[in-house]
Design a protein. Sequence first.
Lengths: 291, 209
Amino acid sequence: MKDIDYAAPKTIAEACAILNEKGDKARCLAGGTDIIVQVREHRRDIDVLVDIKHIPQVNALNYDPSKGLTIGAAVPCYRIYEHKEIARAYPGLIDAAALIGGIQIQSRASLGGNLCNASPAGDTIPPLIALEATCVIVGAGAMREVPVEKFCTAPGKTMLGRGEMLVQLKLPPPKPRSGAAYLRFIPRNEMDIAVVGAGVAVLLDDSKQRCSAARIALAAVAPTPLLVLEAGAALVDGALGDALIDKAASLAQAAAKPISDMRGTAEYRKHLVGVLVKRTLNIAIQRARTG
Amino acid sequence: MSDTKETTGLSRRQFLKGSGAAAAATALGTAAAPGALAAQAPAAQPVPGMGPAGVKITLQVNGRKMSSTVEPRVTLLDALRNYLDVTGCKRVCDRGTCGACTVLLDNKPVYACSMLALEAQGKEIRTAESLVQGAKLDAVPAAFVRFDAQQCGFCTPGFVVAMKAVLEQNPKATPAEVEKGLAGNICRCGTYEQMRDAIYSLCNTKRGS
Ligand SMILES: Cc1cc2nc3c(=O)[nH]c(=O)nc-3n(C[C@H](O)[C@H](O)[C@H](O)COP(=O)(O)OP(=O)(O)OC[C@H]3O[C@@H](n4cnc5c(N)ncnc54)[C@H](O)[C@@H]3O)c2cc1C
Ligand code: FES
Ligand code: FES
């Protein structure tokens, strides 16, 4: 590995000061499951790793049924899915947090790192988008909060500016009669990258036969994770059933702009979008009806 | 302080200079007002940058404190194997995909190749060596021996450590829990059949049940 510096700031201000001073030559170190391999394989040329795990806000995990969920950017996946109340309240998020890598990866990997790595195939990103999560970003002088769907700008690129870091992810509290789900397709059961991923969230009305709101997000079918607003909107006019779900799935397929690569052709990916959107919607609706 | 540190690294002195300038700017009222979260923290204190030259570290390995001087880029795996002579964890892929380097960090299985040694300070590290007390083998490696669950044996220390974690979490682990707990380990020789026998004996379940 290239010789690098290591800094372990204890406050956000200290971390931002280093990130600001070093610009592109500094990167945050959360779980390290992406960045350490990237530095070792010379895919990122940096001078300093800024270990953010000693900053309290970045390590905190808080759930309050009336206020929602705050996930510190460096909280590893296992802490999220082992938290019983959080697991019950956000099963759609847990679908993704519990399938990243294997157990060793889940002991370290964070949702913040998954998002900041900005892979089009990042598994936790579609459910975060579907669940209307926002990113709390702090820079040298200011704080801003942006929806997750705006955060990634290109493969490996985010909207973070010089001296800025992601501090927390915030999710609104789950509403009654709401449900969410995430599924991905990969050729093997674990330890691979999604060929396609679909994350959905639905909110049902009192009758539980109609949808009053829905969000559908996709992974690995565009340069960034994709929110398909029109597919969610299609679920809102009419009685829930196969016809409506098929319509949402075909709108999602139409929005997908996949490439062909070693994991699958563009046509195959389009086909998978239809399959996965239908399956995740059925799971989410089931969860909303019974949850 | 060596020359390399001054030119390529984030030396304490350079950093002090930088943050001093920032503090002065704030005092003069030229900097923007910090946001809520940013304001919670006091004006940036100097954070000692470490490296790239060696840094003295102490790790708690298998119940013993061990010290050495390592560069920040040294992974926990390389620190254990090359600096502390704890060679149970193996270096195979060195990129977080095979599980041969699995160690327990505060009781959680992690890939030692995918974290820095510096990050492991203050944590309890357990390697495959912790599964032997004198001449007595822990039940997990003992079952692997009894069922001949290795060929070259290179993956074995990783597998037994990962399996130990599964059983510590639930001594009556279900097949699904075992599968999840071992999904991050690969055996290139394909000794999975014998490993299954060993694992089922550990969980007191019959194969196929
Ligand atoms: C074997 C293996 C299997 C994997 N399987 C999957 C999988 O199934 N699905 C999947 O989506 N990913 C997978 N990954 C990729 C990786 O584990 C995930 O992307 C993980 O969530 C990254 O989190 P981390 O905390 O380890 O991030 P790090 O490696 O610490 O950081 C990732 C990137 O984000 C930046 N960063 C981190 N935190 C911040 C912050 N707070 N502010 C600004 N920048 C920040 C870092 O500088 C770095 O560029 C796998 C990786 C491996 C090695
Ligand atoms: S050597 Fe660490 S996972 Fe392969
Ligand atoms: S026994 Fe050879 S790799 Fe598993």
